[in-house]
Design a protein around this ligand. Structure first.
Ligand code: RIB
Ligand code: CA
Length: 321
């Protein structure tokens, strides 16, 4: 029986790869995809989800709903240097030999209802038997907690891509982007009482999708879409991250729902710094073998992964698609 999920995303490039993996995995039933401001503004994120679904051509298209256009408190930030000005590595501007857009705006419109209403409806209709997967800032999920804490507390699990522990972040010396973009939302979600499984940079930066792997499958089908949207991020990664390729933070998080055995975990109490010019977005947890600060754990944190096994899964499910 496929596992029903809500996928909340600030569709950027690795988010699009996550959508591809989720939609191509029979273990997962994507009930809806919701957009949140983060990598790119929420209207672009919504349009990018729809374009990505057009590229995947799934048998059943989940509804796509527009969510929060800005964080709960802080000013909006974006990551267009990583994902391109359109959030899809410049794919909006690509044209075929005949001059027509390779990836035109989708003919399928987003849902009328706001993301928060769509998410809460899915939870209530399924009596909580659904997993919330958040691979962008947690603004939409936090708004759901504020609107109906009991509903959020009833869900099977909240799976989050975000945070970093005991090492520099990717948006500041202290913080990872998704948490940094809306630390107040993250604090609300980590305090909501639902089971949380967290995929921080500590694990997502153990895996690199190489340009070679992408190019091997870049001539047609979904592999061509992956090649077309990842070039910009590969260039960024070559300059600032791993010269061989790009991190696929969000797709790795989705792989947990396909094969939990890919990962090693540790339970811990995660707290979020919501203020401070330097420390805003910091995620704190005592991850030592003998933790001294033993507050009650509120999350299971993924700290190790079988990278070759993940890359083989991604190549099989997405690149060969
Ligand atoms: O820090 C990486 C995360 O921030 C990923 O989800 C990426 O898409 C951005 O949202
Ligand atoms: Ca993301």
């Amino acid at each position: 029986m496929a596992r029903p999920i809500v996928l909340d995303t600030d569709t950027g490039v690795d988010d699009a790869l996550a959508i591809c993996l989720a939609m191509r995995s029979h273990e997962i039933d994507v009930a809806c995809i919701t957009a949140v401001s983060g990598n790119i503004d929420v209207d672009y994120a919504t349009a990018n989800i729809l374009r990505t679904l057009d590229a995947i051509e799934p048998n059943r298209r989940p509804p796509v709903a527009r969510g929060a256009g800005r964080p709960l408190v802080r000013e909006p930030v974006c990551a267009d240097e990583v994902h391109g000005g359109d959030g899809l590595g410049g794919a909006h501007a690509l044209t075929d030999d005949d001059g027509r857009p390779t990836y035109p705006p989708s003919d399928v419109p987003p849902a009328q209802d706001a993301a928060q209403d769509v998410i809460l409806r899915e939870i209530r209709e399924r009596d909580g038997d659904i997993t919330l997967v958040a691979v962008g800032p947690l603004t939409n999920i936090a708004r759901c907690v504020q609107a109906d804490p009991a509903a959020i507390g009833s869900v099977r699990e909240i799976v989050v891509m975000g945070g970093v522990f005991d090492r520099p972040g990717n948006v500041s010396i202290c913080a990872e982007f998704n948490i940094y973009a809306d630390p107040h939302a993250a604090a609300i979600v980590f305090d909501c009482g639902a089971p949380i499984t967290l995929f921080p940079l500590n694990v997502t930066e153990q895996v690199t999708l190489t340009r070679d792997a992408v190019n091997r499958h870049g001539n047609d089908g979904l592999g061509r879409f992956v090649r077309d949207i990842t070039g910009h991020t590969m260039e960024f990664a070559a300059q600032y991250e791993d010269a061989q390729g790009m991190y696929v933070h969000d797709a790795l998080t989705i792989a947990y729902l396909v094969d939990e055995g890919l990962f090693g975990f540790r339970d811990a109490c995660v707290t979020i710094e919501t203020s401070g010019d330097i420390s805003a977005g910091l995620t704190a947890a005592d991850l030592r073998d003998r933790p001294r600060f033993k507050d009650t754990p509120n999350a299971r944190i993924a700290l190790s992964v079988d990278a070759p096994r993940f890359l083989a899964l991604f190549e099989d499910r997405v690149l060969r698609g």
